[in-house]
Design a protein around this ligand. Sequence first.
Ligand SMILES: Cc1cc2nc3c(=O)[nH]c(=O)nc-3n(C[C@H](O)[C@H](O)[C@H](O)COP(=O)(O)OP(=O)(O)OC[C@H]3O[C@@H](n4cnc5c(N)ncnc54)[C@H](O)[C@@H]3O)c2cc1C
Length: 221
Amino acid sequence: MPTIKIHSIEPLNHNVRRFKTGKPEGYAFTPGQATHVSIDKDGLRDEDRPFTFTSLPDAGHLEFTIKIYPSHEGVTDQLDELKTGDRLIIEEAWGAIQFKGKGTFIAGGAGMTPMLAILRDQSQKQTDAVEQVIFSNKTKKDLFLEEELRVISNDNLLLTFTQENVDGAEHGRIDEDFLRKHVKNMDQFFYVCGPPKMVESVEKLLKQLGAEAGKIVTEGS
Ligand SMILES: Cc1cc2nc3c(=O)[nH]c(=O)nc-3n(C[C@H](O)[C@H](O)[C@H](O)COP(=O)(O)OP(=O)(O)OC[C@H]3O[C@@H](n4cnc5c(N)ncnc54)[C@H](O)[C@@H]3O)c2cc1C
């Protein structure tokens, strides 16, 4: 398995970090794909978790955008202890979320990461493939990369916060009323990623509202 050196670690908010690393020669992936990552230290090499590449395939480095969960005592709290120069172990790229056509991107929390890669790719290619980006977080402090998301969504970013009232954003979960209000065209692709319960419920609602099952792209599809 290739090991990669951490070049930088940057906070994007109180618990989301951007890790930039080296890239193995010839390493290939498509935007939206993930790989298993573990920490190259004694006692940690066998503990891997999937993380999504948020860099683009043609970049000379790799990037991961990772939400740290100190209370899990899992891998992310260990990742938060790492420093520039430490090494990670990665495997082959895999994953189901990939760009299939023009549509709306719906993400909850760290579920934004596959979207981020796809949106950056579409923005770099200057396509008009992004109808709208809907990003749900608990509170304003959980939001990350707002400015960039405004740009790569072609200024079609809709924020919602489930536990806080924020000016200019919706307040509440993505339920049927929310989708009826904000999604007018059901004949488009829908990309959905976030906590499993959110994905399940949004997928079901989209189908009820007339979206084609084959046009809803989730990790499980
Ligand atoms: C395809 C794919 C791509 C992914 N990409 C990304 C990405 O790019 N960025 C990102 O941030 N994440 C991503 N994830 C999620 C990531 O893989 C981890 O699951 C997540 O970061 C949690 O890992 P962890 O090791 O910190 O904790 P976990 O493995 O979730 O938990 C470790 C332990 O903590 C305890 N625990 C679990 N949940 C809770 C809870 N709610 N409260 C208290 N204790 C709990 C349990 O005892 C558990 O065994 C992705 C997941 C998938 C499937």
